[in-house]
Design a protein around this ligand. Structure first.
Ligand code: BMA
Length: 846
């Protein structure tokens, strides 16, 4: 008999050793096994919990790498099968005497039956809920058998759709409270996972259990911030207790009070204040200051509960007001109207249990380094882990949080709505103490889909069924979810959907937020971005290929060709490569090899999205936000991401970093007229010197302009216009570049403008010289060139590498230093590093 020891550990930080915790937790993550439901008696394999069936099969070497080649096609049977997990654990007489013993699953994906000693104790149908059940009546002294039986979410879809007498537009995710993208998306594989995807444990308590703590700031003045708190508690007996709020940094007690805990008291309410509060600011505007509060509840009997909450004092408002143009959409942080800069984030892995804290940290730090102040957690994925939101608090990245509904019409029966209510309550309560949470949004593109995507005809919906489906939509997104946000998170706004209007409608440019997909889906030229400027752009994007080292993980080098079968299997948009090709042609770029495709697609993506971001910022305050699609990937793929699955930054990511700096000098050409704008996000006016310099590629000066300029706080202004013909004075436009620089006392901001497509540039051959110098955590590369070298590209063939700068220009006589953090040895790094530039790719061979 396998006897598993259970161990106690103190649930939350801060409990002193003499005090006993209110609630003891016994982790049940070890010793799990799994098998296919119809497999024979012997075929049990070791399971890793938290995990998923796909990762368990992979770790047991029972399936090939799901991300390699076209393996996705071969592995669909996993999602269509049912699976069983089991483990045993031991309960001694001491445990059985405890008053309350609950089995808690922080997350089950998705349709599961839980049996304890052969008896069903729980049935689940929502991966976004926390499930907990009293198991005291089912426990035995000695060995206990815990089984979790997962039924296929795909099969469940078939059952659910048969039970409904009309079709629901969208996809196979409509009934399942499960990440929509598990069923395949236009950037992700179809892996319909199942598994115990979050920790599982026993929760044991005698008298009291603290369910939840909520803090909210009720008023802020420069002298004082007032914070209201409430602690939800379950008690099975009476007890005198003390509640204390401490600032762990100053070691000061902010609140102490005696309370009486008893079965009828469901919450303890308290209020405390802070003198001279330090506010939480978003990245770029100030310090995202967090107060380390500890909330301690100690009972007379020696039991104690304590929790640390790193709390930010701030106000965030979303202002949607009718105005002369339509309806505004802007955020105010601490009373200041701010321009939002950021991206949409998708699940960082197809198998979410594989995402480490380091990976979350990498993504949030990337957002901060890219000068972003907001990420939108997109509604077709998952509510992310606590770690992610803590990191956003710490780095000043505000979070636009979608509820997990996307691109489909959902059911409206009572059971479904109740399931969603429980999910939403759990998620809002889990996330509401985070300073970073800025907005709750009901869904992604459902209102737009219903009104613009022709679903009614496609699914042949009768007028009656249409009315019912739309009624259900209203109940869910216009009643249920806003009620929950209002009740549980009074600090944040709710919007039912994003975008407010479909991109084909003219109102999408004047009312609320917009997803502009005329570029890419509509195949319009990038220049349309200069005209299609909405009040807030919450999605727009263009695809590029990932780095060569990422492609190497999908296929061996001998399979390299422009679009091998593996590369095609890792492109999920039906006409993805054709669309990329069309835009490359417009830029006079014609790839001959895989490497050309990678480099050219990245250059063109960066150019298009950079143009859009600059247009949005120039239009401030009419337009007050720019969130491009998409920050990251969930597997190695050609997609809209700025950074690929293994962390290689595409040209876009470097471009974004420049375009999102607090000050932007932007030059825009329309026919013969060039216009120069200066834009600042700073909360105070800024003085500086604007310099424009037109040179040929050999560095010869053709035209120069200089002027002192003051940019008012938080706005953009047009500084001057020029005639292209005039400044070129007969020089070949294809051999010149215009550099615009704005210098402040501390910093300098630059932008470069060419006058023809990239493919037509008359670049001379340039020989790059580079030296690799070892540095603390990697290498520094010093680069120079004998001639002007455009878009210098550093990469490695087989290792993911992140460079401090990339896709930059090197002028003769200048030295550029680039850092690379890596564990590679000097020899390996030297062998792997490739340094190329545009002229090389435009030439015959590379
Ligand atoms: C957006 C998103 C996703 C999709 C992307 C690219 O509208 O909401 O549904 O992946 O477009 O097509």
């Amino acid at each position: 008999m396998k006897r598993l020891l259970y161990f106690f550990f103190i649930l939350l930080t801060g409990c002193t050793s003499e005090k006993k915790p209110f609630v003891e937790k016994v982790l049940l993550t070890d010793g799990w096994e799994f098998q296919k439901i119809d497999a024979g008696r012997e075929s049990w394999h070791k399971a890793f919990v938290p995990g998923s069936i796909h990762t368990d099969l992979l770790k047991n070497k029972l399936i090939p790498d799901p991300f390699h080649g076209c393996n996705e096609k071969k592995l669909q049977w996993i999602g269509q099968s049912d699976w069983k997990y089991r483990k045993t654990f031991c309960a001694d007489s001491g445990l059985l005497q405890k008053q309350n013993i609950r089995l808690v699953f922080e997350g089950l994906d998705t349709y599961a039956r839980i049996l304890l000693n052969g008896e069903k104790v729980l049935e689940t149908n929502n991966m976004f809920r926390k499930w907990s059940v009293n198991i005291k009546p089912f426990l035995r002294e000695g060995e206990n058998l815990l089984e979790v039986v997962f039924s296929s979410a795909e099969e469940q879809y078939l059952k659910d759709s048969l039970a409904l007498d009309y079709p629901l537009p969208g996809g196979k995710w409509v009934f399942a409270r499960k990440a929509a993208c598990h069923f395949g998306w236009d950037w992700g594989p179809k892996y319909v996972t199942a598994g115990i995807w979050k920790p599982v444990y026993l929760e044991i308590w005698e008298k009291h259990s603290i369910v939840d703590i909520h803090l909210s700031t009720t008023s802020i003045t420069p002298e004082r911030a007032v914070i209201k708190g409430s602690v939800s508690v379950h008690s099975s007996g009476e007890e005198k207790a003390e509640i204390k709020v401490k600032n762990l940094l100053s070691k000061k007690n902010l609140y102490i009070e005696k309370v009486m805990l008893h079965p009828k008291k469901e919450a303890i309410h308290f209020t405390f204040s802070l003198e001279d509060p330090i506010l939480w600011w978003s990245n770029g505007l100030g310090e995202p200051y967090l107060y380390p509060f500890e909330i301690i509840i100690s009972g007379e009997s020696g039991y104690e509960y304590s929790q640390q909450i790193d709390y930010g004092i701030r106000t965030i408002e979303l202002v949607q007001e009718r105005d002369e143009y339509g309806q505004s959409f802007y955020f105010k942080l601490n009373g200041e109207k701010i321009f939002i800069k950021g991206a949409n984030i998708i699940p960082p892995h197809s198998f979410m249990t594989e995402v480490t804290r380091e990976q979350y940290a990498g993504l949030v730090q990337l957002a901060a380094k890219s000068n972003m102040n907001m990420l939108r957690v997109w509604g077709g994925g998952v509510y992310l882990d606590d770690d992610f939101y803590h990191l956003c608090d710490k780095h000043g990245i505000m979070v636009w949080q979608d509820f997990m509904f996307a691109c489909a019409m959902y059911p409206g029966d009572t059971a479904f709505l109740e399931n969603v209510r429980q999910e939403a309550e759990h998620q809002v309560k889990r996330l509401r103490n985070h300073a970073s949470i800025a907005l709750w949004c009901g869904n992604n593109e459902i209102d737009e889909g219903w009104k613009n995507w022709g679903w009614q005809q496609q699914y042949k919906l009768s007028a009656k069924d249409s009315a019912m489906i739309w009624g259900n939509y209203q109940r869910l997104f216009h009643q249920l979810l806003p009620e929950i946000v209002t009740r549980y998170d009074n600090q944040c706004h709710y919007i039912p959907t994003s975008p407010l209007n479909g991109w084909g409608r003219k109102e999408s440019m004047t009312f609320g937020d917009s997803h502009y997909w005329g570029v890419w889906w509509g195949k319009e030229p990038f220049e349309i971005y200069l005209e299609k400027v909405p009040r807030f752009m919450s999605e727009f994007g263009f695809q590029a290929m990932p780095a060569l080292s990422t492609i190497r993980t999908m296929q061996p080098p001998e399979e390299d060709s422009l679009f091998s079968s593996s590369i095609r299997c890792h492109q999920k948009h039906p006409t993805g490569f054709e669309t990329i090709g069309l835009y490359l042609e417009r830029e006079d770029l014609f790839p001959k090899t895989l490497e050309h495709s990678i480099y050219f697609s990245q250059l063109v993506q960066a150019k298009g999205i950079g143009m859009a971001i600059e247009a949005h910022r120039r239009a401030m305050p009419y337009c007050m936000g720019s969130l491009y699609w998409q920050l990251n990937d969930c597997w190695p793929v050609t997609s809209w991401s700025g950074t690929d699955f293994y962390g290689n930054q595409k040209a876009l990511q470097y471009e974004v970093e420049k375009c999102f700096k607090d000050i932007l000098v932007s030059v825009v050409m329309k026919n013969d007229t060039g216009s120069v704008y200066l834009i600042s996000d700073r909360l105070k006016p800024v003085d500086g010197l604007l310099e424009l310099q037109l040179t040929d590629f050999h560095g010869k000066n053709i035209w120069r302009y200089e002027r002192a300029s003051l940019i008012p706080a938080c706005t953009g202004k047009h500084v001057l216009s020029f005639s292209r013909k005039g400044i070129l004075a007969g020089h070949d436009p294809a051999a010149c570049l215009l550099k615009a620089t704005f210098r402040t006392e501390e910093d300098s901001y630059e932008s470069t403008q060419f006058f023809t497509s990239y493919g037509k540039l008359q670049l001379s051959d340039a020989e790059l010289n580079y030296t690799i110098l070892p540095s603390d955590d990697g290498f520094e590369i010093e680069i120079s060139s004998d001639n002007f070298a455009a878009f210098v590209y550093l990469y490695a063939e087989s290792s993911p590498l992140v460079f401090s700068n990339n896709f930059f220009h090197v002028r003769p006589g200048e030295k550029t230093f680039v850092k690379c953090t890596t564990n590679l040895t000097l020899e390996d790094f030297g062998q792997q590093l490739k340094v190329k530039h545009l002229k090389v790719y435009l030439g015959e061979g590379i």
